[in-house]
Design a protein around this ligand. Structure first.
Ligand code: ADP
Length: 624
């Protein structure tokens, strides 16, 4: 029979599997059992709304059998099955193309790919040199047999199979140096793998178990077979917390939510209140691979008395906690509840509120008790939390304000708002922050230096959302937030203010000329006493800061946000004298110098220069 070709990506993946150096080849069994369980789930879900399906929950099962002499291992389910077309599509083309990146040709990459994503069906080729899949779709009259030995293609032909479902027959590889493939034909190995990876599969995984029994009236022994169910099927979350080890939680998480690393934290709660439910939640250590893509769907699995009724219930998680994985099991929910009904379900709303509170408490606990872990968590998901504050005009800010952090001038380490407020100077009534590309750059900005010199701590905001989030927050523990680049920064004594005002009005002619030189780019030009060693800085007058202007103008719909920019000149810097002199002697030069100073101030802020060619010419003129 002519062989059909695999799609290029499948071929690569298969090649990787066949030549795999992965040390946990045993996971192939978990993958195949999961597929079988999914196939049964599909039929089971269908039966909930389709009365013609007469199967009851007890009819479903997965069967494993091993044939040592023929070196075959068979995994069989009575789930939804596959049509000819589905066999082609599902097993000839890779289903996970989104998760696989084949850019690298590095052989050892299979370790990463398997570790991170699992590889589903194709993992069979890590242990088998020939794979046969016989499948009959539910309700179909005919069955088909798919077969492949390697990357050179596969065959599909009609076959006989009496019942719906799928039977996967692996011809196990011969043992090779350092590779014991025969173990996968051994009943004890199979049993322990099922226990390890698939114990909570909701359907019985059965196997004919061989024991030796002494024959009656004789000294000889004979093989006796009895059917055994290998998995306990008791969902982990139904057990008592005290009976569950950390390893069990971790394995459950990694297996269920396809992660290669154990979770940062596990939250297992049983609630007997107005809403009765059990929830088992996990905060991952890192962002899921598709977290920042639009394919990522938040949500928790929803169970009703141990039976899954929804794979991803989005209503159970607020967007800002969308990284949380896990499940909720409640007896109060009906099995056939529809998505629409769920949205209005009062129980579900109460559960969602409780869950949100619980997650916050748990995160605060980690923040307090394991700072390093929290900082790592925050690196991954902090942006999400800040967006949470900003969204919907801040209605969620109470849940989130204690969780956010910013790097501070104090030790260049992330600090919480509470920590900042706790060590504020006695007379300080506002939280100071500055905006820029990186904390290091902000730390060197003229204004930061002078604020630090005065003994103030500054929060360094480096992400686009940061300043918007603080503005929405408005206050924290009754302290307002102030951008140190705001022109109205009020740190001076009355005396100092008076003196500065006088200085500015004495030089109003000069400032007016400078303002004219810059045209609409700035709102005003002023002398300041807040800088120490630097000649100039930019500030803004009003709620919209220079940083926010930059962010807004980068947005696809934005473009004409305009901060009221003020160019401030250090009145104690030699440049002040120079400018005064030029105002009297050489207006043209004053114009040029003003433009250069303004460009410098923009560069220091991390902004682009408005007219680089002009600037370059101006500087060149100074040189020649
Ligand atoms: P995944 O399970 O992640 O989608 P796989 O490569 O394991 O990827 O399987 C590809 C597809 O083949 C599945 O999505 C499913 O549609 C189908 N499939 C695999 N095993 C079975 C099975 N035992 N019964 C029915 N369909 C199956």
């Amino acid at each position: 029979m002519a062989k059909k070709q695999f799609k290029a990506e499948s071929k690569k993946l298969m090649d990787m599997m066949i030549n795999s150096i992965y040390t946990h080849k045993e996971i192939f069994l978990r993958e195949l059992i999961s597929n079988a369980s999914d196939a049964i789930d599909k039929l089971y879900f269908k039966s909930l709304t389709d009365d013609s399906i007469k199967l009851t929950k007890d009819d479903y099962l997965i069967k494993i059998s091993a044939d040592k002499p023929n070196r075959t291992l068979t995994i069989e389910d009575n789930g939804i099955g596959m049509t000819r077309q589905e066999l082609e599509q599902n097993l000839g083309t890779i289903a996970k193309s989104g998760s696989l990146d084949f850019k690298s040709e590095n052989k050892s990459d299979d370790v990463n790919i398997i570790g991170q994503f699992g590889v589903g069906f194709y993992s069979a080729f890590m242990v088998a040199d020939n794979v046969t899949v016989k499948s009959r779709a539910y309700g179909a009259d005919e069955a088909y047999r798919w077969n492949a030995s390697g990357v050179d293609g596969y065959t599909i032909e009609p076959c006989i199979k009496d019942d719906n479902g799928t039977k996967i027959i692996l011809h196990i590889k011969e043992d090779a140096e350092g590779e014991d493939y025969s173990q996968y034909l051994d009943q004890y190995t199979i049993q322990s793998l099922v226990k390890k990876y698939s114990d909570f599969i909701r359907y019985p995984i059965k196997m004919m178990w061989k024991t030796s029994k002494k024959k009656e009236d004789s000294d000889e022994y004979e093989d006796v077979f009895e059917e055994r169910t290998l998995n306990s099927m008791i969902p982990l979350w139904k057990k008592q917390k005290s009976e569950i080890t950390k390893e069990e939680y971790d394995n459950f998480y990694m297996d269920q939510y396809q992660d290669y690393e154990e979770p940062l934290t596990t939250i297992h709660t049983k609630v007997d209140g107005t809403a009765q439910y059990t929830s088992l939640l996990f905060v991952p250590k890192h962002a899921p691979y598709d977290f920042y893509s639009k394919n990522y769907e938040k949500g928790l699995q929803l169970y009703s008395s141990g039976v899954m009724i929804m794979e991803k219930c989005a209503d159970l998680l607020p967007d800002y906690f969308s990284f949380v994985k896990g499940l909720v099991d409640s007896e109060d929910l009906s099995l056939n509840i529809s998505r629409e009904m769920l949205q209005h379900d009062r129980q579900l709303k109460i559960i969602a509120k409780n869950i949100e509170k619980k997650i916050k408490e748990e995160l605060l606990k980690i923040q307090k008790n394991d700072r390093e872990a929290y900082e790592e968590f925050y690196k991954n998901f902090g942006t999400q939390l800040k967006f949470g504050i900003y969204e919907e005009y801040g209605i969620h800010k109470d849940s989130l304000e204690d969780l956010i952090m910013f790097v501070s001038s104090n030790e260049m380490k992330p600090v919480t708002l509470a920590e900042y407020v706790d060590r504020m100077k006695e007379d300080q009534n506002t939280i100071y922050y500055a905006v820029g590309e990186t904390a290091e750059k902000i730390n060197m900005m003229p204004m930061s230096e002078s604020m630090k010199a005065k003994g103030y701590e500054i929060l360094y905001l480096t992400e686009n959302v940061d300043e918007f989030a603080l503005q929405v927050l408005g206050t924290y523990k009754e302290k307002t937030f102030t951008n140190i680049a705001n022109e109205k920064l009020d740190l001076d004594s009355d005396e100092e203010k008076e003196e500065l005002e006088k200085f500015n009005s004495e030089n109003s002619g000069l400032l007016e000329k400078m303002k004219t030189a810059l045209g609409a780019s700035v709102e005003a030009v002023k002398f300041t006493n807040k800088l120490t060693s630097h000649p100039v800085c930019l500030s803004s007058d009003g709620a919209l800061s220079v940083g926010m202007e930059k962010v807004l103008n980068q947005m696809p719909m934005g473009g004409d946000a305009k901060a009221n920019v003020v160019l401030e000149i250090n009145k104690n810097h030699p440049i002040a004298e120079k400018l005064k002199k030029l105002a009297e002697e050489d207006s043209d030069k004053l114009t040029d110098y003003t433009k250069i100073l303004y460009a410098q101030a923009r560069l220091i802020e991390g902004l682009s220069v408005e007219n680089p060619t002009e600037l370059s010419n101006l500087i060149c003129n100074l040189m020649i």
